[in-house]
Ligand binder design. Sequence first.
Ligand code: ADP
Ligand code: MG
Length: 697
Amino acid sequence: MARVSEYFGLNVFNDNVMKEKLPHETYKLLQRTIKLGKHLDIGLANVVANAMKDWAIEKGATHYTHWFQPMTGITAEKHDSFISPVDGNKVIMEFSGKELIQGEPDASSFPSGGLRATFEARGYTAWDATSYAFIKDGVLCIPTAFCSYGGHALDAKTPLLRSMEAINRQAMRVIKLFGNENVTRINTTVGAEQEYFLVDKDVFEKRKDLVFTGRTLFGSKPPKGQELDDHYFGAIKPRVQAFMTELDEELWKLGILAKTEHNEAAPAQHELAPVFSTTNIAADHNQLTMELMQKIARRHNMVCLLHEKPFAGVNGSGKHNNWSISTDTGVNLLNPGDTPAENAQFLLFLCAVIKAVDDYQDLLRVSVAAAGNDHRLGANEAPPAVVSMFLGDELTGILEAIEAEKPYGTKEKELLRIGVHTLPKFPKDTTDRNRTSPFAFTGNKFEFRMLGSSNTISSANVMLNTAVAEVLRQFADVLENAVDFDSDLHSLIRNTISAHKRIIFNGNGYDDAWLFEAEKRGLLNNKTTPDALPSLIAEKNIELFTTHKVYSLEELKARYEILSENYCKVINIEALTMLDMVNKDILPAVSSFTHELSDTALSKKSLCAEISCEYETELVKDISSLASAVFSKKKELEAFMIEALECADNTALAQFSKDKILSCMTELRILVDELETKTDSNYWPYPSYGDILFSVK
Ligand code: ADP
Ligand code: MG
């Protein structure tokens, strides 16, 4: 086996490869274009395309694709081969600059939320030169943005890139005020920790609900779950180990910095954490990671479940979005520094994030809203649906001292003056980690923990980048006109703490008492997706996104439509799957079982009147009455499905789906799960929770 350092990035047209394969002048021009975010001129594109093609062919590629991220939450690709016919029934391999910079996928069936009328169904894809091209399965993949000819973003990448521009613009204004003459660019960085389940493929395929919806719609609790905590960080089973080894290798070849792999809390649950990178690269890499996890699991006769809540009563899967802001000179702006100036800058950026999270808590909630994640947020293993921030006692103490103009700590006699004093040292606690906070400061970054495991990370980062950009804009407006910089800075920080400290909560987020407290503080608690989504098109948020040119009004409305529609579709598919399972498998199975029980009772009786048939008789009674209850409940569900057709639009349908259909599904499930506990497992038509969760040996 080759050494990792030898094959890391093997399939990526990265900076080293560019340097080697491109003429020096071309390389320099390309770097400049990328850095300035300018359009590539066609002459330059032709040279780059040709070098890219030669490199790809050397590595066995025959096709290329514009790899893009439509609003389906996953990625899309259409493969074109490099071949071009020439005289004499021959072909040559060709790839032009035009094909590199712009593509035109026949993409009329991707969701557009009305942005692309069918008469102009074409959208086009454009190379995002900040993300390297790579080879996957013999195809040269070019990361691209996907837009309509009217210029509307039809994807997840375009708004993310725009939000990175927005925060760069405003953060640059702020850090110029602190000197920092050498900085030319500020980027946000992200490391996305990914949770997932692995189950045996043969077992998976016996569960219609897993196959059609990604989660189990029925299933009574197994005798053993995660109560012993023996899976968390436990020894990794050989089959899982083989999967992880192959996954790491494949990710490394794609230049993805997979770093840690370990078992998670629930049986069959695991996690992968990468080393962080620039946000748009992290988003691309997370998409590739999810894709490869699913593909490689299949090679090991397993299935990777990325659903947020595959099993009721068992921990769900999330994604932790570790986020920070850095300069191109390598300074992490959320890292407390050693000098008064560095500290002042740190506190200002910290306050910007605090105010942004408070002002736009509704948007952070929207960014993680999906039918799957609704089963997780607020259940007792995931952060609640209320957005709050954890800063830790030490940092909170410092902020409180600044606000109250009181000395901090025992040794300090003086009041802490921002810009004049250094911050008292506070330990980056690694032990006292608050795992229940939706948004936790972890020493030099924030960890946003509300994302669902199948979420693209783009949306959360669009919200974060834009919200922080807006606050930095306001801060820059104040400070650029400061008369006495240190004093005005001090006031700005003090006032921000005072106005936004309600969002800071260091206690246990899983505690019910917190929900009462949060309500008292006026924090939002949008429990479900239909409750959360309307914030996307609230006046203040339209203003935010249009000011920073991240989303136009039309783009926001389109996204609202798509998200609502998606929610309704998911519930609809789940309800139909449930009905199918009940009608075709579950009721017939219990009917057969009661038939056998009745037969047994009858034959016992005919043998001898004295033999007791209590067990059979009682069970037949029990099961029959439960089966009748299931039968009526499923008829109720069928009636709701018909009533749903009357809903005027997706907004109404989403509410109806949540209030009526989903509630009815929950009731139906309780009955069926009870039935499962009473039915002979030879008759029960599906593998049990125990069978699935412990299927990988
Ligand atoms: P911790 O022990 O604090 O959780 P880790 O080093 O394990 O820290 O990091 C957790 C995740 O956070 C990793 O994916 C890591 O790459 C990421 N991370 C670390 N620093 C940053 C940063 N400055 N910006 C974004 N993500 C970061
Ligand atoms: Mg974590």
